[in-house]
Design a protein around this ligand. Structure first.
Ligand code: ADP
Ligand code: MG
Length: 694
């Protein structure tokens, strides 16, 4: 249960003065629902109003605060002309300009003959100063009301700075004093203020330097967040490790049968990964291993071998994929291999309902099903295994820690967990996602793969590309054609893909198929199956195919508007080809003129296929904030910390966590209790719940 002292900051933001239902809705996406979300909403810049010139000394474009006498009002004669109010001081006069003004309001705040302090940006028009829409107008006796330095918050359409600033102030008023969760010596050494003080300072910058991530107030807050992240991961890990694991030692019979039916031999990297996994599974502690391998490195085969190891001992294996397409694809490729050796593999997704689902669940519980593949539907409460020995999570970065745990908590003795990811997350970031899981890397790709010929072409050469594809499909090739996300709108996104598919259909008829996120899963399956079988030669797609789709016969990847994709995304997409022994190519179509960053991205992609190098470059180009900020990636979103700018702090938080959990594993000391509050503050409730569940 969240401690009572935090109730005020976890109240809905509509509880704050000035925030009604309209603002609540506007703020929900960019900021959040709770008061605490506004507390974490730090200013991005500031407006300095300390410049106090006379009218004659003002400089074009500068923010100025002036004390003036209000002169005549000149109302606008028609809607397009501004309302003007003349003001003056001993050095000259200038007009204040208001478009779409409310005259009654202006006569109230700027009565003729009165003295006022005004602040805003001065604009020179034909050599003379004017001030359009002053930010502040106050009477001299109320001068204190006007902030001389004003924090500027990231805004969103429909929310003005004034409204945002007021909301944040209201939120800060509700911030309680909390017991210190940081080590006093460390605080002193770093010269860190208390949490509450740090918030006050971070929200009241006095100069641009105060906005740097390295200043003590901001580092303190970042460190709090990183510690909460590491502690949550650490707790989960300790809890998972503290219970005895099961010893799984298959006799290798099923495995060798399946291996001999594969059209290829495992690579050395795959065999080494398996050896590590076998060792973990055989040990009397729980496996918690991350298998990191670039796209196409053959992680699925490793997972199958590991699951067979479990089945050989009479237990079960499960594999969870992030999408329905992937779950079904795995089932389709692994199913026949299993069936041939008498292993029953089934697939369960959200689509399976009613009688069919019931029958599946019954067979799972009786042990008749040996391997279950599915989406997160396999977490649902009524899904029970007879004896789950191994849980594999594929493309794990789309799932949270919580889901990983749920899966492994199924069955009596906790199952071993193997997490597979294709996203080569650099070390700095992987700490934030995986804590210190054991890591195996597949460093080698299956032999016989040829480099993918990657080319960039301006959109104006689209016709050439279409002709080229036409020739290629006549000689049996298969191609993906990816259309990008259009301005965050799934709707337009789909429309673009539909248009492209229609245009290609006009050329190539029913050789063209279309797949996108808005289609029903059954439709998606059908299209995928037709592409797999070669009935369709060109598959027009939105980014739904980004992760994991495997059609080794496909050798051409066209990416339209490549400039709109991130580097890692382009790499993932390109990884859909070059999976068989055929020569593959990737065509990046871009819109001219190409910006610097987009140019750099495309160049890196042409230079290398090394996922790790690409991920590092991606980080450099985008900054961690953005890499981590994408919700869809499933990476944790940091609101205060930047794991690159704060890399040292991350490492310290990691070490600190280890120390804390060694000395106070149940977080029961004074500091431990304060740390629980920290976890609640950063909404890592599930980590505590896990601790409390005993
Ligand atoms: P990923 O690591 O991206 O999940 P997959 O497991 O989908 O990669 O494997 C990519 C392709 O490589 C598949 O078609 C798979 O059958 C094939 N493959 C896997 N291991 C080998 C191997 N040792 N030799 C040749 N091909 C392999
Ligand atoms: Mg895969």
């Amino acid at each position: 249960m969240r401690p009572e002292v935090l109730f005020p900051v976890f109240a809905p933001i509509s509880r704050l003065p000035g925030i009604g239902p309209r603002l609540e809705k506007l703020l929900e996406k960019p900021v959040g629902k709770h008061v605490i979300d506004l507390v974490w909403h730090l200013p991005a810049s500031l407006i300095d109003r300390r410049n106090r010139p006379k009218i004659a000394q003002t400089v074009d474009g500068e923010i100025a605060t002036l004390e003036v006498d209000v002169g005549t009002h000149i109302p606008s004669r028609n809607k397009r002309l501004p309302y003007r109010v003349h003001v003056s001081d001993e050095t000259g006069e200038m007009p204040l300009i208001f478009f779409r003004a409310r005259p009654d309001y202006l006569t109230k705040v700027l009565p003729e003959g009165a003295r006022r302090i005004i602040s805003g940006r001065v604009d020179y028009y034909q050599g003379d100063p004017q001030m359009p829409h002053p930010d502040h107008i106050v009477a001299p006796e109320n001068a204190a009301e006007m902030p001389l330095i004003e924090p500027v918050y990231p805004l969103t359409a429909g929310v003005t700075l004034k409204v945002m600033a007021k909301a944040v102030r209201g939120a800060l008023d509700l911030v309680p004093d909390l017991p210190e969760w940081q080590e006093p010596n460390w605080l002193a050494k770093q010269n860190y203020p208390s949490w509450k003080e740090a918030l006050g300072t971070a929200h009241a910058p006095e100069s641009a330097a105060d906005l740097e991530p390295g200043i003590s107030a901001r580092s303190r807050l970042a460190y709090d967040e990183l510690l909460a992240n590491q502690l949550a991961l650490g707790l989960v890990r300790t809890r998972m490790r503290s219970r005895a694991g099961r010893e799984t030692r298959g006799d290798g019979k099923l495995r060798s049968q399946v291996l001999s039916s594969l059209p290829f031999k495992l690579t050395n990297a795959q065999m080494m990964a398996l050896a590590e996994i076998d060792g973990d599974m055989a040990a009397n502690k729980r496996m918690l291993r991350l298998l990191q391998g670039d796209v196409g490195s053959g992680k699925t085969a490793v997972a199958l071998m590991a699951m067979l190891n479990a089945v050989e001992t009479g237990a079960q294996g499960a594999m969870m994929a992030p999408t329905e397409i992937l779950a079904r694809q795995h089932a389709a490729s692994l199913g026949p291999l299993c069936e041939a050796v008498g292993v029953r593999l089934e697939v369960l997704t959200g689509r399976d309902k009613g009688k069919k689902r019931e029958a599946l669940l019954a067979d799972l519980e009786s042990g008749a099903i040996h391997i279950l593949i599915g989406t997160h539907a396999i977490f649902e409460g009524d899904v029970a295994f007879k004896d789950l020995a191994l849980a594999v999570v594929d493309e794990q970065h789309r799932f949270g820690v919580h889901q990983r745990l749920q899966l492994s908590a199924k069955g009596g003795i906790p199952a071993d967990v193997l997490v597979m990811t294709a996203t080569p997350i650099p070390r700095t970031l992987s700490l934030t996602v995986y804590g210190d899981m054991d890591v195996t890397r597949l460093t080698e790709k299956p032999a016989g793969r040829q480099p993918i010929d990657t080319r960039a072409l301006p959109n104006s050469r689209l016709d050439e590309v279409v002709n080229g594809i036409g020739r290629a499909i006549t000689s049996g090739a298969r191609a993906y054609w990816v259309c990008p996300l259009v301005e965050e709108s799934e709707h337009l996104d789909v429309a673009a893909a539909e248009d492209r598919a229609a245009a290609l259909k006009a050329e190539f008829g029913d050789k063209v198929g279309l797949i996108h996120g808005r289609m029903k899963s059954a439709e998606k399956d059908a299209v995928m199956a037709r592409f797999q079988s070669g009935e369709i030669s060109i598959l027009v797609a939105t980014t739904v195919i980004e992760v994991g789709v495997d059609v080794p016969e496909a050798t051409i990847m066209v990416i339209e508007h490549a400039e709109r994709f991130g580097l890692s995304q382009l790499h993932q997409l390109r990884g859909r080809v070059g999976r068989g022994s055929g020569k593959s190519s990737c065509l990046l179509l871009y819109q001219t003129p190409l910006g610097e960053t987009a140019k750099a991205r495309i160049n890196i992609l042409r230079e290398t296929e090394d996922g790790f190098r690409i991920a590092e470059e991606d980080l450099k180009l985008r900054g961690a904030g953005e890499v981590l900020g994408t919700r869809q990636s499933g990476l944790p979103e940091f609101r205060l910390a930047d794991p690159v700018a704060h890399a040292d702090l991350l490492a310290t938080a990691h070490d600190d966590t280890r120390l804390i959990l060694e000395t106070d594993p149940m977080l029961q000391t004074e500091r431990g209790k304060a740390l629980r509050t920290l976890l609640y503050l950063f909404e890592r409730d599930e980590a505590i719940r896990y601790l409390e569940s005993g």
